[in-house]
Design a protein around this ligand. Structure first.
Ligand SMILES: C[C@H](O)[C@H](O)[C@H]1CNC2=NC(N)=NC(=O)C2=N1
Length: 97
């Protein structure tokens, strides 16, 4: 998948289609908090995402406290948001219920 940095306009357009995601304060990543019923659900989500991320060779920056998973996505190599980040964000939204 294309690792070229998306324009600010392209990121804004993609975000409009991505429930819960917004531009991070650094302007070079997107972020979302996922809140689950309990730790077990949060960790199951992280496990699913981890397997998808390995397949994509694209990995989230994230943290987990109890039932909350905070995620920041960017493409380190490109110094910004790329199609890979948008794709991973879409998958995370699909796995979140
Ligand atoms: C060698 C390997 O393809 C790279 O290091 C990958 C791994 N996972 C990655 N994940 C993210 N989020 N950004 C990257 O630039 C990146 N690069």
């Amino acid at each position: 998948m294309n690792r070229e940095k998306l324009s600010a306009e392209a990121v804004t357009a993609a975000l409009a289609e991505l429930d819960g995601w917004s531009l991070a304060p650094d302007g070079a990543s997107i972020k979302r908090s996922f809140v689950f019923k309990n730790f077990s659900e949060a960790f199951a989500f992280m496990t699913r995402v981890a397997l998808a991320a390995e397949k994509m060779d694209h990995h989230p920056d994230w943290s987990n406290v109890y039932k909350t998973v905070d995620v920041t996505l960017n493409t380190h190599d490109s110094g910004g948001v790329t199609a890979l980040d948008i794709e991973l964000a879409k998958r995370m939204n699909r796995y979140f219920h």
